[in-house]
Design a protein around this ligand. Structure first.
Ligand SMILES: [Cu+2]
Length: 111
Protein backbone atom coordinates (compact mmCIF):
# COMPACT_ATOMS: atom_id res chain seq x y z
CA UNK A 1 0.00 0.00 0.00
CA UNK A 2 2.74 2.39 0.97
CA UNK A 3 4.58 1.53 -2.23
CA UNK A 4 1.51 2.30 -4.31
CA UNK A 5 1.19 5.74 -2.70
CA UNK A 6 4.83 6.43 -3.43
CA UNK A 7 4.31 5.49 -7.07
CA UNK A 8 1.28 7.77 -7.31
CA UNK A 9 3.21 10.64 -5.73
CA UNK A 10 6.13 10.14 -8.08
CA UNK A 11 3.85 10.06 -11.10
CA UNK A 12 2.08 13.23 -9.98
CA UNK A 13 5.43 14.89 -9.47
CA UNK A 14 6.60 13.97 -12.94
CA UNK A 15 3.37 15.25 -14.44
CA UNK A 16 3.82 18.55 -12.62
CA UNK A 17 7.37 18.90 -13.86
CA UNK A 18 6.20 18.11 -17.37
CA UNK A 19 3.41 20.68 -17.18
CA UNK A 20 5.75 23.39 -15.98
CA UNK A 21 8.32 22.69 -18.65
CA UNK A 22 5.76 22.72 -21.42
CA UNK A 23 3.85 25.79 -20.28
CA UNK A 24 6.73 27.95 -19.18
CA UNK A 25 8.14 28.68 -22.59
CA UNK A 26 4.78 29.61 -24.05
CA UNK A 27 3.58 31.83 -21.21
CA UNK A 28 2.49 35.18 -22.66
CA UNK A 29 3.46 36.97 -19.46
CA UNK A 30 7.19 36.48 -20.08
CA UNK A 31 8.91 39.78 -19.41
CA UNK A 32 11.98 39.71 -21.63
CA UNK A 33 11.38 43.18 -23.00
CA UNK A 34 11.52 46.58 -21.31
CA UNK A 35 9.84 46.33 -17.93
CA UNK A 36 8.81 48.84 -15.28
CA UNK A 37 8.18 47.56 -11.75
CA UNK A 38 5.53 49.26 -9.62
CA UNK A 39 7.03 49.23 -6.15
CA UNK A 40 7.44 51.49 -3.12
CA UNK A 41 4.80 53.82 -4.58
CA UNK A 42 6.99 54.50 -7.61
CA UNK A 43 7.71 53.37 -11.14
CA UNK A 44 11.10 51.67 -11.30
CA UNK A 45 12.78 52.96 -13.36
CA UNK A 46 10.79 56.19 -13.53
CA UNK A 47 12.31 57.04 -16.91
CA UNK A 48 12.63 54.33 -19.53
CA UNK A 49 13.91 54.60 -23.08
CA UNK A 50 12.60 52.19 -25.69
CA UNK A 51 12.28 52.05 -29.45
CA UNK A 52 9.25 52.33 -31.71
CA UNK A 53 7.60 48.93 -31.84
CA UNK A 54 8.73 47.89 -28.37
CA UNK A 55 6.20 46.46 -25.97
CA UNK A 56 6.64 47.75 -22.45
CA UNK A 57 5.47 45.69 -19.49
CA UNK A 58 4.46 47.23 -16.18
CA UNK A 59 4.66 44.67 -13.41
CA UNK A 60 2.99 45.13 -10.05
CA UNK A 61 5.66 44.43 -7.44
CA UNK A 62 3.55 45.16 -4.36
CA UNK A 63 -0.05 44.56 -3.33
CA UNK A 64 -1.02 48.21 -3.52
CA UNK A 65 -3.64 49.53 -5.90
CA UNK A 66 -1.94 51.28 -8.81
CA UNK A 67 -2.70 52.12 -12.38
CA UNK A 68 -0.65 53.20 -15.38
CA UNK A 69 -2.28 56.26 -16.92
CA UNK A 70 -1.09 57.95 -20.10
CA UNK A 71 -3.03 60.83 -21.68
CA UNK A 72 -4.45 58.55 -24.38
CA UNK A 73 -4.57 55.10 -22.78
CA UNK A 74 -4.42 53.53 -19.35
CA UNK A 75 -4.47 50.30 -17.43
CA UNK A 76 -7.13 49.29 -14.95
CA UNK A 77 -6.40 49.88 -11.28
CA UNK A 78 -4.90 46.62 -10.08
CA UNK A 79 -3.03 45.22 -7.08
CA UNK A 80 -1.10 42.53 -8.94
CA UNK A 81 -0.32 41.31 -12.42
CA UNK A 82 1.01 43.08 -15.47
CA UNK A 83 -0.05 45.65 -18.06
CA UNK A 84 1.54 45.92 -21.47
CA UNK A 85 1.50 48.53 -24.19
CA UNK A 86 3.20 48.62 -27.58
CA UNK A 87 4.54 52.03 -28.59
CA UNK A 88 4.09 52.69 -32.30
CA UNK A 89 5.19 56.33 -32.43
CA UNK A 90 8.31 58.14 -31.31
CA UNK A 91 8.07 60.76 -28.61
CA UNK A 92 8.31 61.44 -24.91
CA UNK A 93 5.29 60.36 -22.93
CA UNK A 94 4.62 61.25 -19.32
CA UNK A 95 2.40 58.96 -17.31
CA UNK A 96 1.25 58.54 -13.76
CA UNK A 97 -0.73 56.53 -11.26
CA UNK A 98 -3.90 58.52 -10.61
CA UNK A 99 -4.18 57.13 -7.08
CA UNK A 100 -0.76 58.33 -5.95
CA UNK A 101 0.06 61.89 -7.03
CA UNK A 102 3.77 61.34 -6.46
CA UNK A 103 3.90 58.35 -8.82
CA UNK A 104 5.11 59.73 -12.12
CA UNK A 105 6.94 58.07 -14.97
CA UNK A 106 8.30 58.89 -18.37
CA UNK A 107 8.60 56.81 -21.51
CA UNK A 108 11.05 58.01 -24.13
CA UNK A 109 10.31 56.26 -27.42
CA UNK A 110 13.11 56.61 -29.97
CA UNK A 111 12.48 56.20 -33.70
CU1 LIG B 1 -0.27 54.03 -7.36
Amino acid sequence: MRRLLLAVALTAGLLLIGACGGGGSKAPTATNGPTVILKNLSFQPDTLQVKVGDTVTWKWGESVAHNVTFPSFHSKTMTSGTYTHTFTAAGTFDYKCTIHPTMNGKLVVAA
